[in-house]
Design a protein around this ligand. Structure first.
Ligand code: G16
Length: 542
């Protein structure tokens, strides 16, 4: 039976950088999930009888919400829901499944790298038929529906057994529980030379992969240990847990410090990597060398031809605006296009669909290619392994040689988390108001040549996205970028991105924070970071 249930709108269901993210208790309010899911369907057209993909990162509340989505999808007229076993699909795996089975779209239950548990974060996002995050036009339409919603439709069906692979009928709709890993592993086999990777591991190559008790555990175990023959124990923390073992599944130098320490230690394996809550981010650490995400996208792009999936070369590279310019130099050398987009993977979709870009990357530990329409943590790991295998060199050698060829972009991001929202907005407003007066002035001996608020003109659909980050450009191509995060759930997170380009090989061995010290001080002088936030230092430095 289908029920139509009267409801009242919530006024805070605006999707952020990547879907709606809130604390679990907020999602547990009466009809909160139902309202949002119904609003997604209200904003869409033409899905009657079609297939919806459903999966999540396995965090607390994943199963309950998966059941609700199925019941609401049935009541709204979907023909079929394909759901990952246990309600689990990594974000890139979900993107792949949407594309592979030509689904109408998909719902992904994830708050990505944010912590999980009864008092931590949850999230819901919609991906369209190209497998990518809903574009802004659609997220705006969803938000408009959440503000006007009066009722939702739900089918009275018994909870689906999400653990048993197979097909059942429910509420006039088909529900198919699929293996969460198989389709994704098959896609990776098509892109990479698994024989070459097996040889690498057979030769004694040692690796450590930390799944951080998040969704990539089963994927990494299957691909690295079972299919590629990496030694048992290569994958650590591989069992997905609803609270990620009490940790923060964010693969950065703070939350994956144990991996960093191991990789810098005397008995370090040859290669270390980690992924986040929903499997789209990656952390790459070679023996004795951390590779910044911005450098990683440049190095992957420069060497991608070494993997079969990219042997014909790249069409173009896209990076988010705050990501360093390292990839620009690679694109220039390869003679291909380079595109600078706002933060958010959704902005890459058009470029990938139009065949203008093949590899995309972001400073926030995200790299991916046109194989799906999301960033993909394990894909980045497999491409790095393919490059290491083909070149027969260590990560340290590859990085050093890359800098020698292209120059080094010293780069760091300073995050001020949980800042009072009014204070953070005041900082941004004050800075915006003085942008026009900055060019020509000198701060800490650094001459400002330009200052603006980034605005993106999508070359494919002509849409314009404004106020996407404040850029302060200094003489010599150094820059500072400031913006507020769109993924946090408590207060505001101020992100300060600092970058300096250094062509001289003799100056490539400086500690990053030392190399950027004057720019960091200048950023505070210009934006009044300490004054506005009341903080003496960032909460996280990456
Ligand atoms: C999401 C987006 C990314 C973005 C990141 C950080 O990643 O998909 O495109 O770079 O958030 O965004 P912000 O700086 O606004 O917090 P994820 O891994 O959280 O889905």
């Amino acid at each position: 039976m289908i029920r139509t249930v009267a409801t009242k709108p919530y006024d805070d269901q605006k999707p952020g950088t990547s879907g709606l993210r809130k604390k679990v208790p907020e999602f547990q309010q009466a009809n909160y999930v139902e309202n949002f899911v119904q609003s997604i369907f209200d904003a869409l057209q033409g899905f009657e009888g079609k297939t919806l993909i459903l999966g999540g990162d396995g965090r607390y509340y994943n199963r309950e919400v998966a059941q609700k989505v199925i019941a609401i999808a049935a009541a709204n007229g979907f023909g079929k829901v394909m759901v990952g076993q246990g309600g689990i699909l990594s974000t890139p795996a979900a993107s792949n499944v949407i594309r592979k089975y030509k689904a109408f779209g998909g719902i992904i239950l994830s708050a990505s790298h944010n912590p999980g548990g009864p008092h931590e974060d949850f999230g819901i996002k919609y991906n369209a038929e190209n497998g990518g995050p809903a574009p802004e036009k659609l997220t705006d339409a969803i938000f408009a529906c959440t503000k006007a919603i009066k009722e939702y439709k739900i089918a009275d069906i018994a909870p689906i057994d999400l653990d048993t692979i197979g097909t059942v009928k429910a509420g006039g709709m088909t529900v198919e529980v699929i293996d969460s890993v198989a389709d994704y592993a098959e896609l990776m086999e098509a892109l990479f030379d698994f024989d070459a990777l097996r040889k690498l591991f057979k030769s004694g190559f040692r690796m450590r992969f930390d799944a951080m008790h998040a969704v990539t555990g089963p994927y990494a175990k299957e691909i690295l240990e079972h299919r590629l023959g990496a030694a048992a124990g290569t994958c650590r923390n591989f069992k997905p847990l609803p609270d990620f073992g009490g940790h923060h599944p964010d693969p950065n130098l703070v939350h994956a410090k144990h991996l960093y320490d191991e990789m810098m230690g005397p008995d370090a394996p040859d290669f270390g990597a980690a992924s986040d809550g929903d499997g789209d981010r990656n952390l790459i650490i070679g023996k004795g060398i951390f590779v910044t995400p911005s450098d990683s996208v440049a190095m992957l792009a420069a060497n991608a031809r070494l993997a079969p999936g990219y042997k014909d070369g790249l069409k173009g590279i896209a990076r988010s605006m705050p990501t360093s310019g390292a990839a620009d130099r690679v694109a220039e050398k390869l003679g291909i296009g380079i595109y600078e987009t706002p933060t958010g993977w959704k902005f890459f979709g058009n470029l990938l669909d139009a065949g203008m870009a093949t590899i995309c990357g972001e400073e926030s530990a995200g790299t991916g290619s046109n194989h799906v329409r999301e960033k993909d943590g394990l894909w980045a790991v497999l491409l790095w392994l393919s490059i290491l295998a083909a070149r027969g060199e260590s990560a340290l050698q590859i990085v050093t040689e890359h800098w020698a060829t292209y120059g080094r972009n010293y780069y760091s991001r300073h995050d001020y988390e949980g800042v009072d929202s009014d204070r953070a907005n005041a900082l941004v407003d004050e800075l915006r108001a003085k942008l026009a007066s900055l060019p020509g002035t000198t701060v800490r001996g650094l001459k400002i040549v330009n200052a603006d608020d980034f605005s993106y003109h999508d070359p494919v659909d002509g849409s314009i996205s404004e106020k996407q980050g404040i850029r302060i450009l200094f003489e010599g191509n150094s820059r500072v970028v400031l913006r507020l995060s769109g993924t946090g759930t408590s207060g505001a997170t101020l992100r300060v991105y600092i970058e300096r380009y250094e062509a001289d090989k003799a100056k490539h061995g400086i500690d990053t924070q030392v190399a950027l010290a004057d720019l960091i001080a200048a950023a505070d002088d210009i934006a009044g970071i300490k004054r506005h936030t009341g903080r003496n230092k960032p909460s996280v430095i990456t």
